[in-house]
Design a protein around this ligand. Structure first.
Ligand SMILES: CC(C)(COP(=O)(O)OP(=O)(O)OC[C@H]1O[C@@H](n2cnc3c(N)ncnc32)[C@H](O)[C@@H]1OP(=O)(O)O)[C@@H](O)C(=O)NCCC(=O)NCCS
Length: 179
């Protein structure tokens, strides 16, 4: 298979397949548990069709990009949203658990960075749950740095999952994109 991501913009019709991919990647258990979610700090679904549609409607400048296999099934997704001063937010980066640890996530992240650069991005920003040490290290190896900025975990709002511990928060990582 050609492993150069050909990123396509998701449409409303893609929402159910994207939601399935995100929930499998972020919440898969047993044989569907990817290497990056070993901490198991959150249960429940990560997203629903309604929540994703709501989010996309609320953030009209954001774009959900898809990477498809030749048979059209999803090999990855990523959300990209311009903020201010050339800073773009990156989220929902996901590779199906069965395809992880083969270099695809790295290629998708690089393709997403290039996609934002072509649209004027100077810097990428993202948030990761504080206890996900392996994932934070993975982003560091991709050139991201931990900042001192943090964001609160939405305790009490179970729409995005049910936390299993009471010490969660988000750390903010940033990467300057080369010219
Ligand atoms: C994060 C994610 C996109 C990475 O995709 P991927 O295809 O597995 O990534 P790659 O194959 O490019 O990289 C795998 C890396 O994990 C490392 N790895 C594998 N198993 C590991 C483990 N148990 N512990 C720590 N690192 C591990 C590999 O050594 C490799 O590192 P390197 O590329 O720096 O050498 C994917 O794991 C995923 O979808 N995770 C769930 C969703 C998620 O949390 N997304 C990020 C939201 S901010």
């Amino acid at each position: 298979m050609d492993t150069t991501p050909n990123l396509l913009v998701a449409t409303d019709a893609d929402v159910p397949a994207v939601v399935a991919l995100i929930n499998l990647a972020f919440r898969g258990r047993g044989k569907d548990q990817g290497w990056s979610i070993r901490e198991e700090c959150i249960e429940g679904t990560r997203i629903t069709d309604d929540l994703l549609r709501e989010d996309m409607a609320a953030k009209p400048h954001g774009t959900l990009l898809l990477w498809r296999r030749p048979d059209n099934s999803l090999l990855g997704c990523v959300w990209l949203e311009p903020q201010q001063d050339g800073v773009w937010y990156l989220g929902l980066l996901a590779i199906p658990p069965g395809d992880q640890n083969a270099g695809l996530g790295r290629k998708l992240l690089e393709a997403a960075e290039n996609w934002t650069k072509e649209r004027g991005a100077k810097e990428i920003k993202m948030t990761v749950v504080n206890v996900r040490a392996a994932l934070i290290d993975w982003y560091k190896r991709r050139g991201y740095s931990l900042t001192s900025e943090t964001k609160p975990f939405p305790y009490g709002d179970t729409r995005f999952g049910i936390p299993k511990r009471d010490d969660l928060f988000f750390v903010v990582l940033r990467k300057q994109l080369a010219d």
